[in-house]
Design a binder for this molecule. Structure first.
Ligand code: PMP
Ligand code: GLN
Length: 383
């Protein structure tokens, strides 16, 4: 065989694929991979059909359908108070692609990118595939707050970017204005970009505001904000997202994008845009907060502890050290096979596999799914 060299140090198969496959194999309730098991809004589904019937079946413009860019501009103006237009908004086939392409836009070989761990699993491979070097900085444990001293120490002359994720997968933590103020001060005199993964911007609870990088005037010339419709519209399989940046950065981003995906699924863009016009207020935060509340209340009957209550996202992290001494990957496999509930081991979100006996539950599921999972765990873990 002709030699093949690995392009990245990430997993051969992502933990989400591994755990979902294991769940299927063992007929376990799948609280691992982050996707809803309830249907999308009927109106949204109908609009997809309408789009195809109306002839939205050929290539969309490279930067996105203008009606979707307009709907996003309206939404972003409402959520950040800042006006962005079509020169700032590029529709992408999902957020992972947006992150990859932003990295491809800015990175030269050997430049470093800081990530805050636990970190979403695509960041390291995306950095490496673009010739960069990931520099992991661990969040404080068990508060999942930022270790500012460690972050500062990790900055070198080669640091080209930092990836922020708020609300955060897997911990459910959110950035506050004071966090942005500190970061802004830290990088003010340095040429460091900020990639802000805000895919859960609307899935935020307890009346907390979403603090976007787009609301940070001092970062306007150096940030890419990355979004996915999959989370707020419960349609992760549509794989439609977008990236917002200033005009110069957007131009550079599109120079790469036009030779990667070029454009994105036209009928889905039409459906999402029309749906946003018809229903400007998204209720995913309310819906998911109810699910988090129910799940965490039911978890109170089990010997897990919750290091933090999720403030946003689809996920709740739980500590199982009172149940088992197993490493987290083994515990998650055991829970899937023997108890019938699939979760994600948190070590998968660390470059060095750091294991603090934590697993991640996805609560973006029907009430009956959450109740059934808790019942299975009660039957095995209590008494
Ligand atoms: N970032 C985070 C934090 C995520 O949780 C996900 C996946 N849910 C993504 C990016 C990728 O989103 P998409 O499916 O739109 O590529
Ligand atoms: N973002 C989803 C999660 O965190 C998974 C997406 C994927 O399977 N790549 O579970």
């Amino acid at each position: 065989m002709i030699p093949l060299f690995p392009k990245h140090t990430g997993a051969d198969t992502t933990i989400f694929s591994v755990m979902s496959a294991l769940a299927q194999q063992y007929n376990a309730i799948n609280l691992s991979q982050g996707f809803p098991d309830y249907p999308i809004e009927e109106d949204l589904g109908n609009l997809l059909y309408e789009a195809s019937r109306k002839g939205f079946n050929q290539y969309a413009p490279m930067a996105g359908l203008p009606i979707l860019q307009e709907a996003i501009a309206t939404h972003t103006a409402r959520s950040t108070g800042i006006t962005f237009g079509s020169p700032n908004i590029t529709i992408t086939p999902g957020a992972s692609y947006g992150i990859y392409t932003a990295l491809a836009t800015i990175l030269q070989a050997g430049e470093e990118v800081i990530i805050l761990e636990p970190a979403y699993d695509s960041y390291i491979p995306a950095i490496e595939m673009n010739g960069g070097i990931p520099v992991p900085v661990a969040l404080n444990s068990p508060t999942f707050t930022i270790n500012w001293a460690l972050l500062e120490e990790s900055i070198t002359l080669k640091t080209k970017a930092i990836i922020v994720n708020t609300p955060h997968n897997p911990t459910g933590m959110v950035w506050q204005q004071s966090d942005w103020d500190r970061l802004t001060k830290l990088i003010a005199e340095r040429n460091i970009y900020v990639l802000s993964d805000e895919v859960y911007e609307q899935v935020i609870f307890d009346g907390l505001p979403h603090c976007s990088v787009l609301s940070q005037p001092a970062l306007q010339d150096r940030c890419f904000a990355i979004y996915s419709f999959g989370k707020a519209f419960h349609n992760t399989g549509w794989k439609v997202g977008y990236v917002v940046a200033n005009e110069a950065l957007t131009k550079a981003f599109r120079r790469v994008h036009q030779f990667l995906a070029f454009s994105v699924n036209t009928p889905a863009q039409y459906a999402i845009a029309t749906y946003m016009q018809q229903f400007p207020l998204n209720n995913s935060g309310i819906l998911l907060a109810q699910k988090r509340n129910l799940f965490n209340e039911l978890m109170g009957d089990l010997p897990f502890t919750l290091p933090q209550v999720a403030k946003g996202s689809y996920f709740q992290v739980a500590d199982y050290s009172a149940i088992s001494p197993l490493p987290d990957t083994e515990f998650a496999a055991w829970l899937t096979k023997e108890v019938g509930v699939a979760t994600i081991p948190i070590s998968a979100f660390y470059k060095n596999g750091s294991d603090a006996k934590l697993i991640r539950f996805c609560f973006a599921k029907k009430e009956e799914t959450l109740r059934a999972a808790i019942e299975r765990m009660k039957a095995h873990l209590i008494g």
